[in-house]
Design a protein around this ligand. Structure first.
Ligand SMILES: [Zn+2]
Length: 403
């Protein structure tokens, strides 16, 4: 049999090649359509069932799925919660989380539906704590020890505002086109709180599909199907997986995760933010130096006007009015114009007849070559400046690694 590969980005591990898995053709919505008549049912729009599998993490998904085709607003997804075995499963998973909760906990349930799970937790705790459910499809109400928020959970903002001890996401992640985004934001939100934050995540598991070959699982409203392996791959992005179990006759998989972000990544954020702060300071300082140069009345030339030299011109306000003279060593660039500011780029020989007081070389790592070229060509300048350490410094006198 020939191998059928499909270029498709795995929504769980971001592997970019998938294997053909199940082509179900074009079919109507199966569970969220609610047609009101025979005619309406038969006239329903058809959508492609184009399931592929990731060879890396084993995830299965409909690569032709579009979220816009799903009318969630009109027809909230109703989960069946009353079967006996299902009730047992709810108690087992509720207890798993209860064991870890501190006294007076704050628990948020993302995509809580009508809130039976978070309400169960609240009741088990005797209402001692804060229990909040988020679901854009519920009506906003407060009752029986649970507060409802009829909106999406905004991970970074809401983690900071609610400071939860546990976050519950049940039967939600498999409906998202980018479940990693939610989990990683939760992990970052939790890392900022400086206390243990538990994540309880649960979803259907399709491991038995492979044993049984059954196909009824695959319909349009379920674009994403997790195996145990792809579920683990997903939740490991959120932190340390402390427990991973199956329930309901192995049809669901759930996990308890300690939300966290590796210390190294947190350190890198600090470093990046420091760079951002320094960059702002550098830009302000160098712009001031540029203004000073303009005010000094000195004859200034910029060596280079495209690529990184153009970026330099943009960052530091080297406008055409104050700094009309841009030169280059490359005859191919002569006669072209600096993007954005519009100075015409001239050949460096122009500096022979009309020497500059100051030459600025925006490309530091080429400065040595350019200075040698100036000497060779008999181009003189009182001062050569480069950008280093957040300011313009003298190439000959200043401390820098480019000489
Ligand atoms: Zn994958």
């Amino acid at each position: 049999m020939s191998v059928r590969l499909v270029p498709a980005l795995c929504p769980v591990c971001y592997h970019s090649v998938a294997a053909a898995f199940f082509d179900g053709g074009n079919q109507p919505l199966a569970t969220l359509g609610w047609p009101a008549s025979v005619t309406a049912a038969q006239a329903m729009a058809r959508h492609p069932l184009d399931f592929v599998q990731c060879p890396n993490c084993t995830h299965v998904w409909n690569r032709s799925f579009s979220y816009d085709a799903i009318p969630y607003q009109n027809n909230p997804n109703r989960m069946f919660n009353r079967g006996g075995i299902w009730k047992e499963h709810l108690v087992t998973t509720r207890d798993l989380l209860l064991e870890r909760l501190p006294k007076l906990p704050t628990v948020v349930d993302i995509g809580c539906g009508e809130g039976h799970f978070v309400r169960g937790l609240a009741e088990a705790m005797g209402g001692e704590g804060r229990f909040a459910g988020f679901d854009p499809n519920t009506t906003s109400e407060t009752g029986r020890g649970v507060e409802f928020h009829a909106r999406y959970f905004e991970p970074l903002q809401d983690m900071a505002d609610f400071v939860p001890d546990a976050v519950v996401i049940r039967h939600v992640l498999e409906h998202l086109t980018d479940p990693v985004a939610l989990l990683e934001l939760l992990a970052w939100g939790a890392a900022a709180l400086g206390k243990p934050v538990w994540l309880f995540a649960e979803m259907p598991c399709i491991d038995r599909v492979f044993e049984t070959g059954r196909l009824a699982d695959f319909f349009y409203e379920h674009p994403s199907h997790f195996t145990t392996q792809s579920f683990r791959t997903l939740i490991e992005r959120a932190g340390e997986v402390v427990e991973l179990e199956h329930g309901y006759d192995d049809e669901v998989v759930y996990a308890l995760v300690r939300l966290d972000v590796p210390a190294l990544m947190q350190e890198r954020v600090k470093e990046a933010n420091t760079f951002a702060q320094q960059a702002e300071l550098s830009r302000t300082r160098i712009r001031a130096q540029v203004d000073e140069l303009a005010a000094s009345g000195k004859h200034v030339a910029i060596w280079g006007g495209t690529g990184k030299a153009a970026a330099f011109i943009h960052h530091f306000g080297i406008d055409a009015e104050r700094f009309p003279l841009i030169v280059d060593s490359d005859p191919d660039k002569v006669g072209t114009f600096v993007p954005g500011t519009g100075q015409e780029i001239q050949f460096r020989d122009v500096l022979k007849s009309s020497p500059a007081d100051v030459v600025i070389i925006p490309t530091q790592w080429r400065a040595k070559d350019i200075v040698a070229e100036m000497k060779r060509e008999g181009i003189r300048a009182n001062q050569i400046l480069i950008e280093h350490g957040g300011q313009l410094i003298d190439f000959e006198q200043g401390g820098h690694p480019y000489r």
